[in-house]
Ligand binder design. Structure first.
Ligand code: IPD
Ligand code: CA
Length: 295
């Protein structure tokens, strides 16, 4: 009988620096995302106590808070030296600072408005950034039971099947995704609408809005849409998804077309540089804040 030393196998293949095993981190993120998914799937059917945060359309429920605690407690036990940024912890006044220390960036329920209404695009999003670069990403679409996973340099997968972005290279043949976000400030709403108008009239094939930034990024990674852009999202909405897009062969840039910054509250994710650039050239900038800063 041959005995495989699992510890050594994992170490050899997945301890690229600092003695950390990103493969083990991915495994832990997937395990706890599934546990979170069980809680969300059960809760989505029932009555919810809905509270508001930054605006009347920025919602939170007891499930968001409960699931975030579940995820952080689990990961803290496994990785006691790591740092944490969680959407609901930040809303509760805890810090949102991204350092070089391995940092878990967590959205316990991405698509909270969908969750409140029972609209089934709801995901758990867990990213791990190391030296400010995302090393591990897990997005669990809990109603659809689709587990999206990625580790830097090792590809992106959905339920174990490799993901590849679309091959389309013209904006005029693209399906795009965007979101209105959770601010209804009239000046920025006008620019958002103008951006949509200008892109639709290029014309592109269409623009979709499904209510989960993490799942929008997964759609680009899976080749179901050519690109996604948004102003006003947060690091927890995009940390895991950006790695999925990159590992599926796509590109992530700022809305100006320049280098992407995870804390900048804006993003273009696309299947190829040509489409990313065409979108950046069309977009008018919406003023947004910055994660980790008081606004
Ligand atoms: C929101 C969703 C939505 C996006 C917002 C996010 P939440 O996250 O991802 O699609 O437009 O910018 O804040 O509040 O449902 O976790
Ligand atoms: Ca959320």
């Amino acid at each position: 009988m041959s005995v495989v030393d699992k510890t050594t196998a994992v170490q050899d293949n997945a301890r690229p620096r600092g003695g950390e095993s990103w493969a083990l981190c991915l495994e832990a993120a997937e395990t706890v995302a599934r546990q979170a998914g069980v809680v969300i799937r059960e809760a989505i059917k029932g009555e919810k106590q809905v509270m508001v945060k930054s605006s009347m359309v920025d919602l939170v429920t007891e499930t968001d808070q409960k699931v975030e605690k579940l995820i952080i407690n689990y990961l803290k036990q496994q990785f006691p030296t790591h740092s944490f940024i969680g959407e609901e912890s930040v809303a509760d006044g805890q810090g949102c600072s991204l350092t070089n220390n391995p940092t878990w960036i967590i959205d316990p329920v991405d698509g909270t408005t969908n969750f409140v209404h029972g609209f089934p695009f709801v995901a758990v999003s867990i990213g791990l950034a190391v030296n400010k670069k995302v090393e591990v990403g897990v997005v669990y679409s809990c109603v659809a039971d689709k587990m999206y996973t990625a580790r830097k340099g090792h590809g992106a997968f959905c339920n174990g099947r490799p993901l590849k972005v679309s091959k389309v290279t013209e904006l005029s043949r693209s399906l795009l995704i965007t979101e209105m976000g959770s601010s209804r400030e009239p000046e920025s709403m006008a620019i958002r609408m103008e951006n949509i108008h200008n892109l639709v009239c290029i014309p592109c094939h269409g623009i979709r809005q499904l209510g989960s930034a993490a799942l929008n990024l997964c759609s680009v990674a899976a080749g179901e849409a050519e690109a996604y852009f948004e102003f006003g999202i947060h690091c927890w909405d995009m940390a895991a998804g950006v790695l999925l897009v990159e590992e599926a062969g796509g590109v992530i840039v700022d809305t100006t077309g320049g280098p992407f910054d995870l804390m900048s509250q804006k993003i273009i994710a696309a299947n190829c540089p040509a489409i990313a650039t065409s979108i950046a050239d069309t977009l008018k900038e919406v003023a947004v804040g910055r994660d980790g800063m008081q606004t």
